[in-house]
Write a protein that binds this ligand. Structure first.
Ligand SMILES: Cc1cc2nc3c(=O)[nH]c(=O)nc-3n(C[C@H](O)[C@H](O)[C@H](O)COP(=O)(O)OP(=O)(O)OC[C@H]3O[C@@H](n4cnc5c(N)ncnc54)[C@H](O)[C@@H]3O)c2cc1C
Ligand code: FES
Length: 605
């Protein structure tokens, strides 16, 4: 990309274009990205949809009065590889020029609304600058996660060297497109003890698996089950926005599940899996047979094992109820967070505005040390200290003391006693796979479910995805790893669904993670475990930096703050299969005072 994104000069604007009937038909096909998706039966064979089986997709041109067409620039206004945000009628579009062709798409990422013009254009897709979601510029389809929806694709035509874009009001205002999906036509739906696909876990992996099956035309019964009392929700927001109510966190409204025939069993704990008879047993004795099974139970937070661990007002954060309770109790009082990892630090940051005091207790010398290294950890620690957070480092909790059953003090091994009315424990998690111990599904020594690149377990027809698995990481020589990230759980859920339909998909995404504290976001891509050096460009004091984590000669991960879109650029390069050498980074740091990143992609930033 070149460095100039100057505001385009509108050439002319024409609203209320009447489209001929045949033109509208064409546009509907391209807007959905496919003509007629295949529909899979339970036995894995494909058949075609009947028209009435498809949910009516919103028509991109519902009426002439709701359409806008405008010439938005001259063909020479954009260089190849350049993107621009352009006003059009009721909204904006993202205009992209790639290989001499123009594309017009939704301009905001459907995940959290990042401006995609600030993202990375590469290999026919645009990658979001905030958390790395990727969209195909030809179709607008979501190709890599996080998030569930795709972008609208608008019609472009070139006339007399001018670029015209045509779009509907609805699409311009919505800025997101849910892919065309099948709905359930199974007669047994909702009232039978057998299902075709059973998904244990309604988190990111489980939901994406169910949606992918429907997107691919699967029209048999799908049942998702969860320990929660809620429909799938945005778990990462729990520790960043502890006040958020379950309905604000929902990933999809209940009408969505009804419309596409995805059944969700809430407060439904699976206690046994009988793979011989293809059956699961729930805690209340209910049994459900399946034909294909996805295990996506995520993880359970570790608790303290010290004296007094049973006192009241000590929490881990897994559900909206946990998070809401913590803020309620912390308001105007003393909060202690145990563990200075991502979850603990996000909670500590959030509570500074609510609590009288916030203290963090951590075994290591600096927060995030193992993940981000000493220098970055120290810079972030300073940001917390500047916001009134007190740290107790290189120590651990020896006792939780109560008054009338409620937490009053946290006693540390260093003998220090910290006043506390509420305590949040963020010391890691273990895979929630206890219910599989008696099954013949393999677990490793730490309780993870090992899967191959297709997310298959050792038992045919049983797949696993998300925080509970170890899998071969393609771009790190297929090293078996566990990557508990929101984006990774989405990607694995999709691959599992594709392989349930015998599509032979493999997991190949580059891990992407983010955290947010005091209004600042830290982004991270790659897999940095075992890094032996960290090269930093920028200003740690100002919290405007990029850190490259290297092992030997190779960059294995990158983290940044206020340095977008470098993490997305690195993720894109790694995803393309190109290794980034330590030497390249050293030269960048030596010579680049401007923050120019063209060395990464061979194009201007
Ligand atoms: C507070 C918090 C903040 C986070 N922030 C971030 C972040 O900023 N960025 C990021 O990348 N990642 C973040 N993560 C991690 C991210 O949420 C996980 O990687 C992701 O949720 C994993 O998805 P999953 O589908 O594997 O499991 P989960 O989302 O954990 O879902 C597991 C599901 O399985 C169900 N379940 C478990 N056992 C059973 C059983 N026996 N029977 C029935 N159902 C069962 C659960 O009820 C749940 O529905 C955060 C995690 C937490 C807890
Ligand atoms: S806002 Fe785009 S991936 Fe999150």
């Amino acid at each position: 990309m070149g460095g100039c994104f100057s505001k385009p000069k509108p050439v002319e604007l024409k609203i209320e274009v009447v489209l001929p009937e045949k033109e509208r038909g064409k546009e509907e096909l391209s807007a959905s990205g496919k003509g007629s998706p295949r529909a899979y039966q339970g036995n894995g064979t494909a058949r075609h949809f009947h028209t009435e089986e498809r949910l009516p997709a919103p028509h991109p041109y519902p009426g002439a009065q709701d359409c806008v067409e405008a010439a938005i620039c001259h063909v020479k206004d954009l260089e190849n590889g350049q993107m621009r945000e352009v006003e059009l009628g009721w909204g904006k579009v993202l205009l992209v020029k790639d290989n001499g062709e123009f594309h017009a798409l939704g301009h905001k990422c459907p995940h959290y609304g990042a401006p995609l013009v600030k993202g990375v254009l590469s290999r026919g897709r645009v990658r979001c600058p905030w958390h790395g979601a990727c969209f195909n510029i030809g179709t607008g389809d979501l190709e890599d996660f996080p998030g569930l929806d795709s972008l609208h694709k608008f019609q472009v035509k070139i006339e007399k060297e001018k670029v015209y874009v045509r779009a509907s009001k609805q699409a311009l205002q919505l800025q997101r497109r849910t892919k065309v999906m099948a709905k359930c036509i199974s007669p047994s739906a909702g009232h039978s003890s057998s299902t075709n696909v059973l998904i244990v876990g309604a988190g990111a992996a489980g939901l994406v698996c169910a949606e992918t099956l429907r997107q691919e035309g699967f029209s048999d019964r799908i049942v998702l089950c969860t320990l929660d009392r809620h429909l799938p929700y945005d778990r990462p927001k729990l520790s960043k926005s502890l006040d958020a109510q379950p309905e604000q966190l929902a990933l999809r409204p209940k009408e969505f599940f009804r419309a596409y025939g995805i059944e969700v069993l809430t407060e439904a704990q699976v206690v046994t899996v009988d793979v011989r008879n293809k059956k699961v047993v729930f805690k209340d004795g209910f049994k459900l047979e399946y034909s294909k099974l996805l295990l996506a139970p995520g993880s359970s937070p570790k608790m303290l094992s010290c004296k007094g661990k049973e006192v009241e007002n000590v929490f881990t954060i897994r559900t909206p109820e946990d998070a809401n309770r913590v803020v309620r109790l912390a308001r105007g009082r003393n909060a202690v967070v145990v563990g200075a990892g991502f979850l603990g630090m996000e909670v500590a940051a959030y509570l500074t505005e609510k609590a009288h005091s916030v203290s963090v207790v951590e075994l290591e010398e600096t927060p995030f040390r193992r993940f981000l290294g000493e220098r970055v950890g120290r810079a972030l620690m300073k940001m917390f200290e500047n916001n009134r957070v007190k740290f107790y480092m290189q120590t651990e909790v020896s006792e939780l003391r109560a008054q009338e059953g409620k937490l009053k003090e946290v006693v540390l091994k260093s003998s220090k006693v910290v006043r506390a009315d509420v305590c949040v424990v963020g010391i890691g998690a273990v895979p929630a796979t206890g219910f599989l111990r008696q099954s013949s599904i393999n677990l490793d020594s730490r309780g993870f479910i090992p899967v191959n690149k297709m997310m298959q377990t050792n038992v045919p027809g049983v797949f696993a995805a998300g925080d509970a698995v170890t899998f071969p990481l393609a771009w790190r020589n297929n090293r078996k790893v566990n990557i508990p990230h929101w984006q990774m759980a989405h990607a694995q859920g999709r691959v599992a669904a594709q392989n349930m339909l015998a599509q032979e998909a493999e997991i190949s995404t580059v891990p992407y993670l983010w955290t947010a504290m005091f209004g600042r976001s830290l982004r991270y891509a790659g897999y940095g475990e075992g890094f032996d050096d960290v090269i930093i460009q920028g200003d740690l004091e100002e919290l405007k930096f990029v850190a490259f984590y290297t092992k030997g000669d190779e960059v294995i991960a990158v983290a940044s703050m206020n340095y977008d879109p470098i993490v997305s650029k690195v993720a894109e390069v790694l995803a393309s299969g190109r290794a980034i050498r330590k030497r390249e980074v050293e030269l960048f740091v030596l010579h680049s005072k401007t923050g120019d990143m063209s060395w990464l992609t061979g194009k201007g930033s």
